[in-house]
Design a protein around this ligand. Sequence first.
Ligand code: ADP
Ligand code: MG
Length: 220
Amino acid sequence: MILEIKEVCKSFHQPRSGIIEVLNRVSFNLARGETNAIIGQSGSGKTTLLSLIAGLDNPDTGQVILDGENLCTMKETRLARYRAQKIGIIFQQFHLMPHLSARENISLPLEILKQEQISKRTDGMLEKVGLSNRQHHLPGQLSGGECQRVAIARALIIKPALLLADEPTGNLDIRTGEKVAQLLFDLVENENKTLIVVTHNPNLADQCQKIRTLDRGRLI
Ligand SMILES: Nc1ncnc2c1ncn2[C@@H]1O[C@H](COP(=O)(O)OP(=O)(O)O)[C@@H](O)[C@H]1O
Ligand SMILES: [Mg+2]
């Protein structure tokens, strides 16, 4: 198993509504090479679940075990490095660095991890997502679909054990969203990646091997 989620609970304090229980004893496993979609209404806890899987937040109780290591008990500096090596994340709002070019955004994870052959690997990735002719553009000079392709390339360039995508087509028009989804699934399939995608989009969910639904804090 690449990922084991065990009995995870998460609540938030909100000034008006008091404590809200977002995830209630959520458990599931993900095998290497498997693709899963997580669907559910807005506010059902999908993003919260992804941030726990990504080690960006801690559950109140329960465990998140990524490639054999429990993220919840890892020290912060080690967790940061483990996360950078193991997980690629694609967000709805792209989250690119605005002052870096497409090329620099894509190579950044390799720079941070002090990897080798950065230039060659970046060239290869630009090619794969069809952005070689846009590599020196800043995010502000790119279309939404192009920005999301940069984000996909940045997530994949470290060859992550687990790829997470939160509404990756949510900010794109339907046609662009379909193209980006196609690219994402082609890359996932060709490279036998493990993927969790959170989405409202039934077309995206249908391309995954399994679909799980979050409903009132429970995974069904
Ligand atoms: N940091 C936070 N503080 C307080 N409440 C939060 C926080 N993050 C999420 N929530 C609440 O948790 C619920 C689930 O949010 P979220 O995981 O973003 O849902 P989804 O991604 O399915 O739309 C929402 O009611 C939201 O308001
Ligand atoms: Mg969300």
